[in-house]
Design a protein. Sequence first.
Length: 372
Amino acid sequence: MVWLFLLIPALPAVGMLYQWMGALNDRRRFLGLGRLVDVGDGRRIYVSDMGREMESGPTVIFESGIAATSQNWLRVQEAVARFTRAVSYDRDGLGWSSACVCERTPSNIARELRELLQRAEVPGPYVLVGHSFGGLVVRRYAAMYPDEVEGVVLVDPMRTEEWPPVNERQRALLERGIRMAGYGTQVARFGLARLATTSLLCRSGKASRAFSRAAGNAGIHVMQRITCEVGKMPRAVWPIVAAHWASPKYYQGLAAHLEAVTATVTEMQRAEAIGGMPVVLLTPGTAEPLSSDRLRRIGPEVRQVIAEKSGHWVHLDEPELVLEAIRSMVEQVSRTQVPPVASPYHAEAGVLREVDSDPEGAPANAVPIPVS
């Protein structure tokens, strides 16, 4: 028994060593899939740049959700790269990129993205594609730098009216998320997050299930959500996602994004509309379509389309619909015919449903739009 008492004080050091060695191995295995771009001040941003051999057409830029990385877009990006250059990246504080140095508001991130594109020598003009929180970032980019953008595709963009300070009922949820991210930072430092995520995504899942049960109903719910969404990604991505979630920096970046939600909502309430370019907005079939008034706040040329079989992660539920929206946008702005490409992976045949809204703002009848 004496040896057991001697071992207990050493466990934190063992956990930290396990985490350090695992993080080193992760970078050796996965960083070569993209490139790190020096953006100054000692910061480097991870970029996945595909289709660089394409000599014509706009460059498609992908912007991820609030805690997501470039891996979210892999299948859609690979398909887009068959007809034009396609770039995704990890925002400051997430994935393989350096820690963030300023508040995570859409305007700040749009400025960082512009700096990144210049440093990475990714030429415009751009078609911007943003999911959830990323939809707010591309809206701000298009409004701040309209001469560089030819079109925007919004994939179920974050509805700021659902969050504080507009909707104070969500403040408790937001604060709980920030606290949980803080706990995650500490857990990750001692290798426990690595143990759980590696178990969940790369092995049997026994360790991750034990952690979720220990966390109670909330832990089980989070684990079910994670399993559902990540399960829609290519299996090759799972170890990369596990590596990201194993890092203390991920939880610090997540906390920074959540802490900026109130400032983000305030900023977007005052944000100018996107003008002078086409905008397509994909709304999942599980959500209420946006009214005419809310569409006008985004821009005068917004076309809303319903992804009938999707939840919030439209690009994972029905990637062929997102791909078709991007292909059509590239074709429209480049005035060049772009042949349809194969679906990122086999899925049920889907339809897009375009929604027109009446003058009072209530959604009108939907019109089916076939997917090529």
